[in-house]
Write a protein that binds this ligand. Structure first.
Ligand code: ATP
Ligand code: MG
Length: 221
């Protein structure tokens, strides 16, 4: 076998990080579109532990966010949920996550880091963001309300000197956010068709996002 063939990446794995508080169809549609467009063998959903960008006191307990992510992804044979961010102590950074996954999957796996347009705009401020770009290909999905347009030049410039690329992915417009779902639940409005039914039932059964303070406790994480 020639060196050229041996050096090629054999498989591609998508990584979709998020708070998933709760997971919704915007996440699922984006992951499925990325899988199809980039020929991903698998998409790993990574619920966050204590997210560095969000006030931990306002994030639902990890066990609930993890369980909802499992429920939502159950029926898709290409989707898996990873505890890699949950099981690490302290704040987790995407740089460390990608390093761990790279070691886990080995050099012949190409990682694709999938984000929405809003998240890619934030990445510039992350720890080790330059090195981050050498570790994975990036997929930025369009998201209503977050236009890459005027920023696209800046982001592409930023990627220009790196080994990896930024791939823009058009997904069917899904103006769904976890923030909106939490608000709807707290106002007793319907979230039907915004999240999978199992997730809707889980939220109801556990009284999530109602005014019950027991369910939002960063201190327990
Ligand atoms: P919140 O409102 O709490 O911030 P969220 O809906 O943005 O929640 P996150 O868990 O923060 O969900 O997002 C995880 C990833 O999914 C991010 O990269 C985000 O940009 C992306 N994402 C979330 N919703 C959508 C959507 N409707 N379309 C495309 N990408 C999305
Ligand atoms: Mg968000």
């Amino acid at each position: 076998m020639s060196g050229w063939i041996m050096n090629r990446k054999h498989r591609s794995i998508g990584i979709m990080g998020g708070t998933f508080d709760p997971i919704h169809y915007g996440h699922l549609v984006t992951a499925e579109a990325a899988r199809g467009q980039f020929g991903l063998e698998q998409v790993l959903f990574l619920p966050s532990g204590t997210p560095p960008h969000k006030d931990p006191t306002h994030v639902t307990e990890t066990k609930h966010r993890y369980t909802m992510t499992v429920l939502a992804t159950l029926t898709n044979p290409y989707f898996e949920v990873s505890r890699v961010d949950i099981d690490r102590r302290g704040r987790t950074y995407t740089y460390d996550t990608l390093r761990i996954l790279q070691q886990l999957y080995g050099e012949h796996t190409q990682l694709y880091f999938i984000t929405g347009a809003d998240a890619i705009l934030e990445i510039v401020g992350w720890k080790n963001s330059e090195s981050l770009l050498d570790m994975a290909e990036f997929i930025a999905a369009t998201r209503p309300g977050f236009c890459l347009g005027e920023h696209q030049g800046r982001i592409q410039d930023w990627f220009a000197s790196r080994k990896k690329r930024l791939n823009v992915l058009e997904v069917p417009a899904m103006a769904i956010s976890s923030t909106d779902i939490r608000e709807r639940v707290s106002k007793r409005e319907s979230i039907r068709y915004l999240v999978p039914e199992t997730v809707e039932y889980y939220i109801r059964k556990n009284g999530l996002y109602s005014q019950d303070v027991q369910n939002t406790a960063g201190a327990h994480e």
